[in-house]
Design a protein around this ligand. Structure first.
Ligand SMILES: Nc1ncnc2c1ncn2[C@@H]1O[C@H](COP(=O)(O)OP(=O)(O)O)[C@@H](O)[C@H]1O
Ligand SMILES: [Mg+2]
Length: 340
C-alpha cells in the first residue's frame, strides 16, 4: 500500500442553472515515501484542485467530491476539519507556486516559520527560533539568523521560495505537494530549487507529488508520472518508459514541444495546436479529440478506459504500469533523445 492512494477521485463545481464543471473525473494516483510522482498537464486540467482536495482545502460550498484519498491508510475525505488541520503541515505540506502571495508580506520570516512549529509541536518561542534558523540553513539561505528578522520583500524570489520550502519542511512532513514551485523563478534558481527538493526525497525519504506543466521538470525529478487532460488521466507510467515511448497523442505532443539542448536555437517549438477549452465532454469520447491529428470517428464514441500500453521500452515485454487512454496510440518510435 502506497503512502498516498487516490482512487476514482471526482471533483465537480456546481453552477446555478448550468451543468456542473467536472474539474477532476476518475483520477487514480499513488505516491510512496522516497518517491517523486509528477502530475502533468496544461493549465486548467485539474492539477491544483487535486492537490487542494488532498489537503482538505477545497471550498466548502458548491463542490462535490467523491472517490477515495487514503493517506497512510486513513481516508482523508471522511475526516473532520480538526483532524485534517492536524494532518496538514505536520504530515502533508504544500509548496505553492508564488512565494510572494503565499508568504504574509507584513510578518517577519522568523514568525512565519516558527508558527507551525509552535502550533503543531508546541515549541517555545526560543526553541522554535533555533529550529527555524536550522531550517533556513538547511534550505541554503545564507546568514539565516539575520534573515529571520526580515520581511519577505527583502528577499529575492528564489530566497522566498526557499523560505516557503523551509516552512513546508518545518514539522518534518512525510509528504510534500509542490504545485508548480519553480514557475515564477528563472532557470538557474529553478534548478537549485529542484535540487533541494530532490535532496529532501533522497535523504529524508519524503514522498513528493510534483505538479507541473513542464516535461523538463518531470525528466529532472520524477520517478513516475501521470499526464492529465481535461480532468482525466490520459497516460501514466514510470518516467523512463513514458519518455521512451509516449503513447497517448497528448503526451507525445507535450514531449515534442519540449525544447532540448540539441535543438537549434531558431527551430520553431512544436506546441500542440488548439487549447483544452475545446474539450468535448468526456462522455462523448476522448476530450483530446478536437486537437488530435490521429483521431478517428471511434474516438468520439464513448470513453476509452485506462489500459496497458503493451509497451515497456526499457525492460521489454508487457508493462502493466504503463497505462494510457487512447484508441489510436502513437506507434513505437526510437525516441532515444527523449530518455531522461
Ligand atoms: N472555484 C471554482 N469554481 C468553478 N470552477 C473551478 C473553480 N476552481 C477551479 N475550477 C475549474 O477546475 C478546473 C481545474 O482547475 P485547476 O485544478 O486549478 O487547474 P490546473 O491547476 O491544472 O491549472 C478548471 O477548468 C477550472 O475552471
Ligand atoms: Mg494549478
Amino acid at each position: 500500500m502506497a503512502l498516498l492512494e487516490i482512487r476514482d477521485l471526482r471533483i465537480s463545481f456546481m453552477r446555478r442553472g448550468r451543468p456542473p464543471v467536472r474539474a477532476v473525473d476518475g483520477l487514480d494516483l499513488d505516491v510512496d515515501g522516497g518517491q517523486t510522482v509528477g502530475l502533468v498537464g496544461e493549465s486548467g486540467c485539474g492539477k491544483s484542485i487535486t492537490s487542494l482536495s488532498v489537503l482538505g482545502l477545497l471550498p466548502k460550498r458548491g463542490v462535490e467530491v467523491s472517490g477515495s484519498i487514503r493517506y497512510d491508510g486513513i481516508e482523508l475525505l471522511s475526516l473532520n476539519d480538526d483532524a485534517r488541520r492536524s494532518i496538514r503541515g505536520r504530515e502533508i505540506s504544500m509548496i505553492f507556486q508564488d512565494p510572494m502571495t503565499s508568504l504574509n508580506p507584513v510578518v517577519r520570516i522568523g514568525v512565519q516559520i516558527t508558527e507551525p512549529l509552535r502550533r503543531h509541536k508546541g515549541m517555545t518561542k526560543g526553541a522554535a527560533m533555533d529550529a527555524a534558523e536550522r531550517l533556513l540553513r538547511r534550505v541554503g539561505i545564507p546568514a539565516p539568523r539575520q534573515r529571520l528578522g526580515e520581511f519577505p520583500h527583502q528577499l529575492s524570489g528564489g530566497m522566498r521560495q526557499r523560505v516557503l520550502i523551509a516552512i513546508a519542511l518545518a514539522c518534518g512532513p512525510r509528504m510534500l505537494i509542490a504545485d508548480e514551485p519553480t514557475t515564477a523563478l528563472d532557470v538557474t534558481v529553478q534548478a537549485q530549487i529542484l535540487d533541494l527538493l530532490k535532496e529532501q526525497v533522497v535523504e529524508s525519504g519524503t514522498a513528493l507529488m510534483m505538479i507541473t506543466h513542464d516535461m523538463g521538470v518531470v525528466a529532472e525529478l520524477c520517478d513516475h508520472v501521470t499526464v492529465m487532460y481535461a480532468g482525466r488521466a490520459v497516460e501514466a507510467g514510470n518516467v523512463r518508459d513514458l519518455f521512451a515511448h509516449p503513447t497517448h497523442r497528448y503526451t507525445a505532443g507535450l514531449l515534442a514541444a519540449m525544447p532540448r539542448l540539441e535543438t537549434p536555437r531558431d527551430a520553431p517549438l512544436n506546441p500542440i495546436p488548439g487549447s483544452a477549452d475545446q474539450k468535448l465532454p468526456w462522455d462523448d469520447g476522448c476530450a483530446f479529440m478536437p486537437r488530435c491529428a490521429a483521431a478517428t470517428a471511434a474516438c468520439g464514441r464513448g470513453l476509452p478506459p485506462m489500459q496497458s500500453t503493451g509497451w515497456n521500452a526499457v525492460g521489454g515485454g508487457l508493462d502493466e504500469e504503463h497505462l494510457h487512454r487512447c484508441l489510436n496510440p502513437a506507434p513505437a518510435l526510437a525516441k532515444k533523445a527523449m530518455t531522461p
